[in-house]
Design a protein around this ligand. Structure first.
Ligand code: BTN
Length: 259
């Protein structure tokens, strides 16, 4: 295991701590906040044993997959901090292209998954905490490099399954550089409109029928756009609604999700 930051991340003053194995890079990042850690720090591992995902789900990350988190101190509030998920999506897409994916292979799925074809390849989890200097955001990213879990609510794939030969360390360097670039564009939320435009250009299912599930509630309609706060805008039967949180299904996965 030899993780290293890319040149862009190094010149932007990021630091890195890496682990052979770790329970969760997000959990480890959160334990460092009370000690005064306020970033810009990356934590990375190729073997995460107790990863967690959105909505208290388990994130399975066997040896060889990439699990990493970056700590950033923000001047933004919690609502703006949530839009960092779109920054992470753009950074992941750029890094994945760099290690060998064809342009257009990777699409971004609201709120912040990366798909390859119709299957999930990467996920993002943001956890934010108030600190004396403002708000500390921990942006966790997991990529299925060598293996993808089976029997997930949404089909999953890995770079290996896609025939892309790389490793977690190579992908991480590209990701740290891409993050430095897109985080600067985001500019503590002031640049979200630019992020939004780029995200929409890579969005999966835009203009197509979707289903959004939030617990027992299901909203069906057409995915119109994301708004200025990153909310999903869905039209249905002459009306429009915005969604702040939920799981999106489309295409074949829509029927599977509804089952
Ligand atoms: C999701 O799709 O539900 C989000 C998954 C986020 C997983 C990453 S792996 C690195 C970081 N550490 C964690 O425990 N979770 C995130």
């Amino acid at each position: 295991m030899s993780f290293a930051l890319g040149p862009r991340a190094r010149s932007a003053q990021y630091r890195l701590v890496s682990f052979d194995t770790l329970n969760s890079t997000n959990a480890e990042a959160l334990t460092r906040l009370p000690t005064g850690e306020c970033g810009q720090l990356w934590l990375a591992t190729v073997h995460q044993t107790a990863g967690h995902g959105r909505r208290q789900r388990t994130w399975i990350s066997p040896s060889g997959n990439l699990a990493c988190s970056v700590i950033e101190t923000l001047t933004a509030d919690h609502t703006k901090a949530a839009t960092l998920g779109f920054v992470a999506g753009l950074a992941l897409e750029a890094a994945l292209r760099q290690v060998g994916g064809d342009a257009g292979l990777f699409r971004l799925k609201w709120p912040n998954d990366v798909l390859a074809g119709n299957a999930k390849l990467a996920g993002v989890l943001i956890e934010a905490k108030t600190i004396p200097d403002g708000l500390a955001a921990v942006v966790g990213m997991g990529v299925n490099v060598v293996a993808a879990p089976e029997d997930t609510p949404y089909p999953a794939t890995s770079l290996k399954t896609l025939g892309i030969v790389t490793d977690a360390e190579t992908l991480f360097s590209a990701l740290a550089d891409a993050w430095a670039e897109w985080f600067a564009v985001w500019d503590h939320g002031l640049g979200f409109e630019t992020i939004r435009t780029h995200w929409l250009a890579r969005a999966a299912g835009l203009g197509a029928p979707i289903e959004v599930r939030l617990g027992e509630r299901v909203i069906g309609g057409v995915f119109e756009t994301i708004d200025e706060a990153g909310r999903l805008v869905v039209s249905y039967g002459g009306g429009v609604t915005t969604v702040t949180a939920g799981d999106v299904y489309f295409g074949a996965a829509m029927s599977a999700g509804a089952a």
